[in-house]
Design a protein around this ligand. Sequence first.
Ligand code: TA6
Length: 295
Amino acid sequence: MQHLMSGITHKKLKQRETDVGLDVIEVDNQFCNAVIAVQGAQVLHYQQKHKAPVLWLSEAHRFQPTKAVRGGIPICFPWFGGHPTQPDLPSHGFARNRLWQLQDVTVQDDEHLLLFQLDSSDETYALWPHHFQATLQVRLGAQLQLTFSVLNKDQHAFDFSFALHSYFNIQDIHQTQVRGLLNTPFLDQLNPEKGDQQCEAQPISFTAEMDRIYQQAQGSYQIVSPLEAPIHIESTGCSSVVVWNPWAEKSARLGDIATGAWQNMLCVECGCVAAATVSLAAGQRIEYQMAAFRD
Ligand code: TA6
């Protein structure tokens, strides 16, 4: 265990003693506690002091190299879902499975700022033939604030899609609603034949597996329930929102969600996916923000 600076601890996270484990950074300051894995620059835990955790992390997950942890905020990049033309490539891109570089750790007004970076390499070029630099700044204060950026280091434009695949911690999916997506067009990935212009005039509630991609989303959402304080999600630049709960059958198929634990998680994923795929000109850099916190 290594103390990098006050409030910061570097350690290995293992589910079982035999696991190789993952290098993580733990942060404890006056506002919050957090854990971030170097693999995937994946925020695994964020909890404001004296409040319930904001993020959900599967208790059934093995912490092993090259496989994204089930929970927290995996970064889906440079594509979302299955690869558009090569189905054998990893789902949700490769960024979440690769080791990022922890470039900088600073403290501002007792808020910790961690800067992670992923540069293209021969390995990534074999999967996605572009030169890029991605960064994630994690600001840990009374809010969890993420800034995700992509720099095109190619001589030509390239297209990418991404999502901050956030798993939020809830008491009971049956009593939970998502607000902020009224009358917003969505594609139901479970019934794609219905097209991408469905919309609803009431908050989203859950009675079965849900896997929807909302587009032209406004950037301010709340996860509400009579059982707990609301979770607020504020994003900038992310025109898509994916709302997903696997329900019982799919979570059993996934194999890394404990029985019944699907009732305590809900994904609200800010990004630019599907029809909102981004075209980035050579030499250009684009950035996106997302903040999450409990009342
Ligand atoms: O974001 C929703 C989704 O695309 C679902 O279809 C489901 O596949 C989920 O992501 C989890 O994907 P993963 O590859 O992490 O198991």
